[in-house]
Unconditional design. Structure first.
Length: 442
């Protein structure tokens, strides 16, 4: 009986994922409630002279997707794996025929008066790192050395990417980079749309970027999900390289790292490796990596695996032998925030496929033991925020953009640096690190 129920759940969710919205353009996400009131916060604070003539959202992209080869596709990159990172500019258009006054008005309305279609505009490749594996040479002394030509190409690509970030920083009132990492069943375009929506409602103040990896978006769902899991492992070193390059760009004061669904495992794995890399050099991760906020939306990760990933550095003293007195390195500057929802039906499939007792993105307040909360509370500013209201998208997996109260909480965190419980973040505390949206947000 249990297997029949599980099979029915999988069939139902697969149907929702594959049917989608037939032919209807993607719409700009609903207005977060923080902007909806007449006396609410303004969405755009950039002076008119600082805005481009177009209302397009200009994003920096980094990808290890291979260029699209299907002549029927209008996407620049497909779902195959590339052996290098490429980067460039991707413009997301908001239309049709939307002017700045119209966009600002519609961006404050709970009920829009017109369509706000999202479409992928001009995508311009700016540069690429060398193909991997990087060439090496054997020296006359029998030792192995990096190939001089390949190393020069790497350094040139890194310099070109950092120059692009610095040029964008000049135009940005906040000297920070927001980097979004998508999940399963996403294309280059859909990941750009989500990054653009978040960027727009952050007032377009940070440098906005997205890392798009070769997640499957076509074919048999179950096979695609398996290949996507391995593609996330494949992309980890590329994401590490991307974050390291962004963090060490002169002028970048902090990073805001956001990930959704299966992308959360990718981001956590990359950060874990970077953390060990920095610590082994005797440096402080918070100062080198400059991570201010780490935000995981609907994490598609087994709870025990996630817990071990987050706490492993405290349980392996041999790794930190360079740190005297048993002091633990400071991993980040700001908050580590997890958004979960027991109503997330997409994660039910993942739970069944992995035979996982629970996924982080399905946690309820009562699922996090008090003892575990007290321990995690000692590690830093960690918050688990639970949304148990109605689904505002087909399968309750994208509530961080489709639910205006949840997205408002995200804006209060990222744009206004507010902690849970502060004015504007009217969350109910359920434990040392667990919070819940009040009844009115459901």
């Amino acid at each position: 009986m249990q297997h029949r129920v599980q099979r029915l759940i999988i069939i139902t969710v697969v149907s929702l994922l594959t049917v989608g919205c037939a032919g209807k353009p993607r719409q700009l996400m609903p207005t977060p409630v923080v902007y909806q009131a007449p006396d609410g916060e303004p969405v755009m604070t950039l002076p008119a002279e600082a805005r481009s003539a177009s209302t397009d959202v200009d994003l920096l992209y980094l990808t290890d997707r291979a260029p699209q080869t299907d002549p029927e596709s209008d996407l620049p990159y497909g779902q195959d794996r590339a052996k290098r990172i490429e980067f460039g500019s991707a413009r997301v258009e908001i239309g049709p025929d939307v002017t700045w006054p119209v966009l600002e008005r519609e961006s404050r309305l709970a009920e829009r008066t017109r369509d706000m279609d999202l479409s992928l505009g001009r995508v311009q490749r700016l540069g690429a790192f060398p193909e991997e594996p990087y060439a090496i040479r054997l020296g006359p002394d029998g030792n192995r050395y990096r190939d001089d030509g390949t190393l020069a190409q790497h350094l040139a690509a890194r310099r070109q990417l950092q120059d692009e970030v610095q040029a964008r920083l000049v135009r940005s009132p906040r000297k920070e980079v927001m980097l979004y990492v998508h999940g399963f069943n996403e294309t280059f375009a859909t990941s750009a749309f989500t990054a653009a929506e978040l960027c727009h409602f952050l007032g377009r103040e940070p440098v906005c970027a997205f890392f798009t990896w070769p997640a499957s978006s076509t074919g048999n769902f179950l096979i695609s999900y398996t290949s996507t899991t391995e593609s996330a492992d494949y992309a980890r070193n590329h994401l590490k390289k991307a974050i390291r390059t962004l963090a060490t760009t002169p002028g970048v004061e902090r990073l805001q790292l956001l990930a959704h669904s299966r992308g959360t495992a990718l981001l956590l794995g990359a950060l874990r490796d970077l953390f060990a890399e920095v610590v082994s050099a005797g440096k402080e991760p918070a100062e080198v990596l400059k991570v201010d906020n780490l935000v995981l939306f609907s994490p598609d990760i087994d709870v025990e695996v996630a817990t071990q990933t987050v706490t492993a550095f405290a349980s392996d003293p041999d790794v930190f032998s360079v740190w005297p007195g048993g002091r633990l390195p400071d991993p980040m500057r700001g908050r580590f925030t997890i958004y979960s929802s027991p109503q997330d039906r997409a994660l039910l499939v993942s739970r069944i496929l992995f035979r996982s007792e629970s996924r982080v993105g399905n946690l309820r307040p009562e699922d996090v033991p008090e003892e575990s909360q007290r321990y995690l509370d000692k590690l830093g500013d960690i918050d688990v925020i639970v949304y148990e209201g109605k689904r505002t998208d087909a399968f309750g997996h994208s509530y961080f953009t489709t639910n205006p109260r949840v997205s408002a909480d995200v804006m209060q965190l990222l744009r206004y640096d507010k902690a849970p419980g502060e004015p504007g973040r009217d969350l109910i505390r359920r434990g040392p690190i667990v919070w819940e949206f009040p009844q009115g947000a459901r």
